[in-house]
Each structure stands twice: as structure tokens, then as C-alpha cells.
Write a protein that binds this ligand. Sequence first.
Ligand code: SF4
Length: 164
Amino acid sequence: MSVRNWIHNRPHALEIVYQFTEWVFYRLDPLFARIGYDRTDRLIRPAEELGKKLTFDCRMCGQCILHSTGMTCPMTCPKNLRNGPCGGVRSNGHCEVKPEMKCVWGEAYERSLDMSVYGHEMTMLQPPVNRRLEGTSAWVNMLTGVDKEVPEGWVSVEELSATA
Ligand code: SF4
């Protein structure tokens, strides 16, 4: 088993690390705002990219939803799906595009079951990925809120439920 797989298979530990990192970023937000978010992005991005590439095979989408997808990067799905598996999952649970690879979404679901903090987010409907954020720091985008902007006309499941 590779080191990355070993880490992946500890989703609860990963979500705790994520939760702590998120807390640290929000605490440091006033400082980042003073430095400027563009400059902060340039300072943080290399370390973020290296750390997340090694750990999650991150593709730097700039809109990280790892904690909502079983600490499994949805951008590693060959179809870049953000909302669960396509209809082509093989009977052995492998990908229809890359037969040698397990379905990213099967793994994401299994891992989410071990996550007590964010596991429930697995059922959230995710908006399409914003390609304009590609290559930018997801942490900085979280602070500015640009990662939560949705396409015009998008209605989330939460909003639909509230109006029902
Ligand atoms: S969801 Fe985006 S930012 Fe997060 S690990 Fe995957 S590619 Fe990287």
C-alpha cells in the first residue's frame, strides 16, 4: 500500500487536520486581508500545491471540497465529476474510463462513513466547478468567499428545501 493510500484510509484523522487548518486560516484572515489576498495567494499556493498534491493528488481546482467528499479529491475522477459517480461504474467498482482505477466516488463514499465531522456533507449537491479558479489557492478562495459563488440561476438543494 502506498503512503498516499495509507493516509487516505484515515479519513477521520484527515478531517480533524482539515478542521484545524480551517480554524487557523480564519484566525489569520485579518492578517491576510492586510497583506492582500493576491499576495497571500502567491505566498501560500506553492506549499498548498505541494502538500495537497502529495497527499490527495490535488489538481488545484481552487475550490476545495475534500471535506465534503470523504477527503477524496473529486478532480481525480477522469470525468471530473463533482456529484457522485457516473452511470458507468464497473461491477467490480472500478472506473469505466480507467479500468485499473477504483471509482473515486466509491472510495469517497466509503471514507465519508468514517468521518464524524463532515461525513454528512457527502449528500450535498455541489455546483459545477468554476474553471476560472484553477491554479489558485483554495484556502485563500475560502477566505474571500469566491469559492462559494455559484453560476447564475443555480438553486441549491438547501434553498429549494427552504422554499418548499
Ligand atoms: S478538490 Fe480541488 S483543491 Fe481540493 S484536492 Fe481536489 S483539486 Fe485540489
